[in-house]
Design a binder for this molecule. Structure first.
Ligand code: DX5
Ligand code: ZN
Length: 217
């Protein structure tokens, strides 16, 4: 079953509650919540207070993608403010501290994930595969919505699918960046089962139609 995770980075922040309700009714599986600190990536987005408000406004599964340096400092607070899954970048700290972050998330009873930037090889995920509930492959440079899908990431998705089938078959494999009705096809064929889509959902007037078109392409 393919899951669709609309990224609210592309939503109208002045009417966030209504935007979220539209994707929930439109059949979205996860709400993808992009957090940027202006250091790990060259942009600043949203953080804990917005998560807290959203948690009160919706019962959707919130998938928090932390594009921040040294995420161990903040993961527990993202759990406390209502994220269902907290995802950290493997490049954001030492292996030891990323492992500690994953364990801290699990200790809070939440799901944990790891993310790989485009230049990071699949093998970099190896130390975390048994612990992670989800592995995210970035198919654009993190920092901005609306960029073009990097087709050369398909091989990495295939490699990770094989690694997960061997080491942790229940682990989800998510792709993020440049997903459209067209690019969803090779991403699914490569083995991804969760597709993040910002512009391709919130850029369309009919969100329900956009979500099903990506799911069924
Ligand atoms: C980029 C973010 C993405 C982004 C995706 O750093 O992690 O989630 O919002 O946007 P689209 O789907 O427009 O590429
Ligand atoms: Zn994201």
């Amino acid at each position: 079953m393919i899951k669709i995770a609309p990224s609210i980075l592309a939503a109208d922040f002045a009417r966030l509650g209504e935007e979220v309700e539209e994707i929930r009714r439109g059949g979205a599986d996860y709400l993808h919540f992009d957090v940027m600190d202006g250091v790990f990536v060259p942009n600043i987005s949203i953080g804990l207070p917005v998560l807290k408000s959203l948690r009160k406004a919706t019962d959707m599964f919130i998938d928090a993608h932390l594009m921040i340096e040294r995420p161990l400092r903040y993961v527990e607070r993202f759990c406390d403010q209502g994220a269902d899954l907290v995802n950290v970048h493997v490049e954001a700290d030492s292996e030891e501290n990323i492992l500690a972050a994953l364990k801290a998330i699990r200790a809070k009873g939440r799901k944990c994930g790891i993310t790989l930037k485009p230049a990071t090889p699949a093998e970099a995920a190896r130390p975390f595969l048994k612990l992670a509930d989800l592995v995210l492959v970035m198919t654009v440079e993190p920092g901005f919505g609306g960029q073009s899908f990097m087709f050369d990431m398909l091989e990495k998705i295939r490699l990770l699918r094989v690694m997960l089938d061997e080491e942790h078959p229940d682990c989800e494999l998510e792709v993020d960046g440049g997903i459209t009705v067209e690019t969803a096809v090779p991403a699914k064929a490569a083995g991804a089962n969760v597709l993040v889509a910002g512009s391709a959902v919130f850029g369309k007037a009919d969100r329900a139609a956009a979500i099903s078109a990506i799911r069924n392409s």
